[in-house]
Design a protein. Structure first.
Length: 438
């Protein structure tokens, strides 16, 4: 019998962390059918072998980079009126949608400013992926979408596993085709359970319409000067979704969900060679170096890894091994999530949506350019996002617009020469201009 909405889970409790959510999920799957213990073990071994094979292939051909893919993301937001108000209303929710996508892109590309805090011993293994994220602008039926949908509910909170959130006929919102979109549900889970994920490897126990991520609304988005409403204490930089998407691409917790065991004492670790052994999850804001029973000597544990439970301000890195594992699940054509990165058309507004008011026209100069370009537009234009797309439809640059800013400097000097498209996303739609780098 198939389970309902119980996937790899992260319980990031800013207070005590008595039991790991991922371990709870494994126990629930095994309780459903004891033979699932062997299935879970086999799944983990297959994922590990696929990542190791991918890494050998990349090293064998001495490739320094791999093709960038952009994953279409849709946010399904199911909150009460009061909870929507707590996030700043519709405009506050919109801002969180945009800055959450920016956090994902920065964290996964190792472009986050706090990567500078990675301790010296860990810098050689800090990795940036070729996975990018963009808001879907086409629904499954081909009509336009801003990349999110909101449903006002009367349910004040959802207790785990929050099944009703994923079905419209139960008061939630249905998933969009999970082979094409990364579905993220934003609901109220309280303050200790921040999120949980159903990755594709668990389809043997879960319906496909439950694939995706659930996060609680107080951990959604990043706090900025204008997003002062509700955030869970210590969880206000958008790293919950960074963590959960890592689960979606088959990363497990850095300590291995093995009840405190060390690899040399029967523990399973996280299956990643370049993360130090770790006994249990971290919390709060640890100080480097921090040691535990599995890493009792310098440099200690990697508490700043996105797959740990430290507060958001203390999380700022993936490792090369983790990146390889995620790449092995989306980049090669035989990977399980390959289809998520081959539909860039879902990131574009449908024909006709680009016909927006002329006041939103923008000036781009110099064009052609040798690298740095200035984008200028009128005040109050409602610009939300600036993106640069190559001729393959891949986003190679993205930044969130600021409400009072009218001029932006875009540095494309590291890109290859050729034709690109600059896209300005406004509330009313999108406008584009071609640009030549020479």
């Amino acid at each position: 019998m198939m389970m309902t909405l119980m996937g790899l889970c992260v319980v990031k409790n800013t207070q005590a962390q008595d039991k790991c959510g991922a371990q709870m999920i494994k126990e629930a799957i095994i309780a459903q059918n004891p033979s699932n213990a062997l299935v879970l073990k086999q799944q983990e071994e297959q994922i590990k072998q696929r990542a190791e094979a991918y890494q050998r292939d990349i090293e064998g051909v001495k490739m320094k980079t791999t093709a960038t893919v952009t994953v279409p993301v849709v946010f399904h937001i199911i909150l009460t009126s009061a909870q929507q108000t707590a996030l700043g209303g519709i405009s506050g929710i919109e801002e969180r949608v945009y800055n959450q996508i920016q956090v994902l892109n920065d964290d996964y590309a190792k472009l986050n400013a706090d990567t500078a805090f990675v301790p010296t011993p860990f810098k050689p293994v800090a990795g940036g992926s070729q996975i990018r994220f963009g808001l879907a602008h086409r629904k499954p039926d081909g009509t336009s979408t801003p990349g999110y949908e909101i449903r006002t509910t009367t349910s004040a909170s959802y207790a785990f596993p929050a099944s009703g959130a994923k079905y419209t006929n139960q008061g939630g919102l249905d998933a969009w085709d999970p082979s094409l979109y990364l579905n993220v549900w934003v609901i109220n889970l309280g303050t200790s359970l921040l999120g949980f994920t159903v990755p594709r490897s668990l389809l043997f126990s879960f319906p496909s319409q439950e694939l995706g991520v659930v996060i609680t609304h107080g951990a959604f988005g990043k706090r900025t000067a204008s997003t002062t409403p509700y955030f869970i204490s210590g969880i206000d930089k958008g790293r919950t979704l960074t963590h959960e998407v890592g689960h979606y691409f088959e990363l497990i917790h850095i300590w291995g969900d093995d009840n405190g065991l060390c690899p040399n004492n029967g523990g399973q670790d996280d299956g990643i060679a370049d993360t130090p052994p770790q006994a249990n999850s971290s919390s709060g804001v640890p100080i480097f170096p921090t040691y535990d029973a599995c890493s009792p000597t310098y440099p200690g544990i990697m508490f700043m890894n996105y797959m740990d439970y430290s507060n958001d301000t203390a999380l700022y890195m993936f490792t090369n091994g983790q990146v390889a594992r995620m790449h092995s699940n989306i980049l090669p054509s035989n990977s399980q999530d390959y289809t998520l990165g081959i539909h860039p058309e879902l990131l574009d507004w449908p024909t006709g949506v680009t016909n927006i008011i002329s006041d939103n026209n923008f000036l781009l100069y110099p064009n052609p350019s040798s690298g740095k370009v200035t984008l200028s537009l009128a005040a109050g234009s409602g610009l939300q996002q600036i993106e640069v797309v190559n001729l393959l439809g891949k986003i190679v640059y993205s930044t969130q617009a600021q409400s009072t800013q009218t001029n932006y400097t875009i540095d494309l000097s590291l890109l290859s020469k050729g034709m690109y498209v600059v896209r300005c996303v406004f509330k009313e739609g999108i406008q584009t201009q071609k640009m030549m780098l020479e």
